[in-house]
Design a protein around this ligand. Sequence first.
Ligand SMILES: [Zn+2]
Length: 394
Amino acid sequence: MPPLSQRCCQSASVRENGGVDRTNAGAEAGTGRTGLTGAAGVNLPVLRSHNTALVLDLLRTAGAEGISRLELAERTGLTPQAVSKITARLRDEGLATEAGRRASTGGKPPTVLRLVPEAGHAVGLHLDRDELRAVMVDLTGTVVGERRTSLDLGAGAEAVVDAVAEEAGALMVGASGAGSVLGVGIALPGPLDHNRGVLHRVTGFPEWDGFPLRDALARRLGGPVVVDKDTNAAALGLAVSGESGSFAYLHLATGLGAGLVIGGAVHRGARTGAGEFGHQVVQLDGPPCGCGGRGCVEALCLAAVAHGALDEAAHVLGTAAGNLVALLDIDLVLLGGRTITAAPDTFLRGVRTVLTERAERLGEDPVPVRLASGGVAEGAAQLVLARLFSPSRA
Ligand SMILES: [Zn+2]
């Protein structure tokens, strides 16, 4: 196989680290060779017009009850004729179907339409530094298949690409006949470039720098792949599932990061560099951090967790959350990640205490803090579905 496009100027130092081989990681070898559409029936075009996405999004949020064409026209601002044209096409494609009739308010009772959840699926994978969780969701985001396995993110590209292909392939085979797989979303620790799907110096695993993960996996899986930071994927998943306004998702597990949703859309910054929340320096002479800096909030938080001092970790997290609230004036802070879900009350209390003290000093209402309802893998699947339903949000 020819190597994929790469930042070859960095190959030497990476090879010296004994790390990642930046070729296509044995793209044709091994297991998981399932083409994305090979496991299923119809091949649905993922990219659609803005108007079609608006209609699809309303069909999705209407649920099983459905929504009439007239309501679709009112909510989208489109003409009834335009809505009829779009819904006819969606019905032809099997994405929408009739869901009965509404009670009449005079005249002919209107037909309501609903989304067909099983008409398409997306696979979402969360690559953490030590484990991989994969889910398959239907068009409503409901999880219909799930796998979990251990993973060493430092094992090199070939091993990691193999593991991802195997898990994604196993889920897709399981969904055979259930509907089309639209693509695979991959969420992992940053930093990385979401637009190009290229990894940067992943904290703790700098040998990934420059690896074109999206293209390597797209070639291996035979279909569309989207790559994003774990925190951005989770934040998108939360926005899709109903968290509105501007909020921060704070993720504490093997690292600490934030996903930001500003005005309903994921905020990644110009280079996917936004949300590097864990590497804000809160102690100038503090302990060294995996990023190369000192005194980062991630280093302090992980050290406290390692010593079993969860109250202290929660206080550190709350302090950093306070900085973020002051910087962005957000409506809500959501907490997630396995360290937090293992002791949710401790972290909720700790973060709330700091944010409440801050609000009292300012004479304001404290920003609410809650546990996040979704996982990173579910959010990764939404990276794919967002292209169908809500391109402006993602
Ligand atoms: Zn750092």
